[in-house]
Design a protein around this ligand. Structure first.
Ligand code: AGP
Length: 607
């Protein structure tokens, strides 16, 4: 939530900052702003997307070689220009701040600083940082930021520039992402690597409770108490092409089609001479055999991956498993112990609720395994084991390829644990592994049938409600399909366990309701058919996702989306594909911006 970009170096930075902002726009797009330091702080802010800011600053050259920029997802204060960042302290102070996160003691600071004579211009919590830095400033920006940082409660990443200190940016982090890009005679700061990927692939991660000072010739890292810290420079694998649409009309469409590769990469990493190895899983075979329970914790789409994981771990490794929403679980008094494996899943590795749940789990003595797509992200530093999905950069706010990569990784994990525990015979494990390895091809052929969703989208794009039903391992996919549709098309959806429909949601059905049913082959298929009959009896319109070869379903459903035949446990990875495509086709018919749905942000760093 919110994207920060900073630059200090030898080049005029206006265009570098605007391009960086465009790359971070998925983090929030309520307003955008830029501050260029050149003897004075030239600040331009606009409500709306970065394109509006770009128009406002125009194409003329600006000589500044130090600057900050920001794209906002509003928390404190409405979506108005006065609340857009960069935020200045008192007029003429020269202090400007960009910030991601929440300052929890902002109201107390506001009272204190107002009494001390500071004049506020916005309703944001960020302004407390600006005035605090101004209050602490006596010619040394690093010292001022350090002092201000020590007074702040909450979770944040912020960067400060001072009109009188061109060539220096000072930033601090606690709980929100911040990374430094190392160039030749220039340094970048950003909430995420894509902001500067076109300029450098060398990065230095900023860890929690650290202050970083960027100057033209390098960055210095300090701990919260001011002790200097050495930080290695790492080279990232992503290339900048990933941050371009490469001919696709949207990032989401590109990412949907990248799923075969994302899955292949996620598998490829783990196969050595055909043998499955999960480097990064720091559990001995003895510890795996001693596991008494698995708890999946995550939010949003990653939570749906955890729901699938629960079935897999129970089925293949015979370990009692549950899956919970991180923001709920963390406020329970969970009963877990050192024989519990907690699997925290987050594409971004920065979701604050998931991070908080992980901390709680570790405090209870559980072994915490992080599953994430982002190397060096916060969750990789707050876990006992980490396994990476290899989906590459995902920019569309609605998750697609990262979800199927998460499922793939969970298949591999369940296979490995099942093999170690002896709940899968060698032969069965080999058969399943072969099926998992065939997923990239199966996914590609499923995506290639995508035109089948077009008539469904034509027919129902103007409906204002869809119901999604599934049973067993099909239920998480019903939930994910419903989430995709609601987040990119703004159509109200409900997703339910099909057997539970008669206990309430059936009242919603009439002869205008489209009902998407996951009706793939498996041991609950006949039960799903009964639920389809119940839907039909109310005159609603059934859209079934079914297994190739099932001709009977044509008599029950008005539209059928067929999937290639595979093991029942592997069906989720295929079944979600037409649902992503259907949501996409409906959203585009409604003329919506699928990459940046309203009110959402890709990385959720607030509770
Ligand atoms: C999915 O389409 C969402 N935009 C959202 O639900 C997302 O999955 C959620 O915010 C969790 O993100 P994470 O995987 O980075 O933790």
């Amino acid at each position: 939530m919110c994207g920060i970009v900073g630059y200090v170096g030898g080049r005029p930075c206006k265009e570098l900052l605007l391009t960086g902002l465009e790359r971070l726009e998925y983090r929030g797009y309520d307003s955008a702003g830029i501050c260029l330091i050149n003897g004075r702080a030239d600040i331009t802010r606009r409500v709306g997307k970065v394109a509006v800011l770009r128009d406002a600053v125009g194409t003329s050259a600006h000589p500044a070689t130090t600057g900050l920029a920001h794209t906002r997802w509003a928390t404190h204060g409405g979506v108005i220009e006065a609340n857009a960042h960069p935020i200045e302290a008192c007029e003429g102070s020269g202090v400007t701040v960009v910030h991601n996160g929440i300052i929890e003691n902002y109201a107390a600071l506001r009272r204190e600083l107002s009494e001390a004579g500071h004049v506020y211009h916005s309703d944001t919590d960020t302004e407390a940082i600006a005035h605090l830095v101004e209050e602490c400033y006596s010619g040394d920006l690093v010292e001022a930021v350090h002092k201000a940082y020590q007074r702040l409660d909450g979770h944040f990443a912020f960067a400060v520039a001072h009109r009188d200190s061109p060539g220096v940016l000072v930033a601090a982090r606690r709980g929100c992402p911040l990374v430094v890009g190392v160039g030749e005679g220039e340094m970048f700061m950003a909430s995420a690597i894509p902001a500067f990927l076109a300029e450098t692939r060398k990065v230095q991660h900023v860890f929690d409770d650290e202050i970083v000072v960027a100057r033209t010739d390098g960055a210095t890292f300090l701990s919260g108490d001011g002790t200097p810290i050495e930080r290695e420079v790492q080279e990232v694998e992503w290339d900048d092409d990933a941050a371009e649409k490469q001919g696709y009309e949207t990032f989401m469409l590109k990412e949907i089609w990248e799923q075969p590769d994302a899955i292949a990469q996620t598998i490829g990493e783990r196969l050595y001479h055909g043998q499955l190895q999960l480097d990064g899983l720091n559990l001995s075979d003895e510890q795996v055999r001693g596991l008494s329970r698995i708890v999946f914790l995550a939010c949003g789409t990653s939570y749906h991956a955890g729901l699938v994981g629960r079935y897999l771990l129970e089925e293949w490794a015979r370990i009692p498993s549950e899956s919970d929403i991180a923001s709920e679980w963390r406020y329970r008094r969970p009963v877990i112990d050192r024989n519990t494996l907690v699997i925290a899943i987050a594409q971004s590795g920065e979701t604050i609720d998931t991070l908080a749940a992980m901390k709680e789990a570790r405090a209870c003595g559980a072994h915490v395994l992080a599953v994430t797509n982002v190397m060096g992200s916060q969750m990789t530093r707050e876990c006992d084991s980490v396994l990476y999905t290899r989906a590459g950069l995902e920019i569309g706010v609605a998750a697609s390829k990262t979800f199927t990569a998460q499922l793939t990784l969970l298949y591999l994990l369940a296979l490995r644990l099942g093999t170690i525990r002896g709940t899968l015979t060698g032969e069965r494990a080999e058969t399943l592994l072969a099926q998992v390895r065939s997923l990239p091809d199966l996914v590609r052929s499923t995506l290639e049938r995508g035109e089948l969703v077009e008539p469904i989208a034509d027919r129902f794009a103007r409906n204002e409600f869809f119901l999604y039903l599934g049973r067993n391992i099909g239920l998480p996919i019903a939930l994910e399909g419903a989430l995709k549709l609601k987040e990119i098309s703004y159509i109200a959806t409900d997703a339910y366990a099909a057997g539970e429909m008669k206990h309430g949601p059936i009242a919603l059905l009439d002869d205008s309701t489209p009902v998407v049913v996951i009706a793939t082959d498996g041991h609950v298929y006949e039960k799903v058919v009964s639920n389809i009959e119940e839907v039909r009896a109310r005159g609603a319109h059934v859209i079934a996702v079914a297994t190739e070869g099932n001709e009977g379903i044509r008599d029950l459903a008005e539209h059928v989306l067929y999937l290639p035949r595979t093991e029942p446990e592997l069906q989720p990875v295929l079944a979600v594909l037409p649902l992503q495509q259907l949501a996409y086709a409906i959203a585009t018919r409604r003329g919506l911006d699928v990459d940046k749905p309203r009110n959402l942000a890709k990385t959720v760093t607030v509770e």
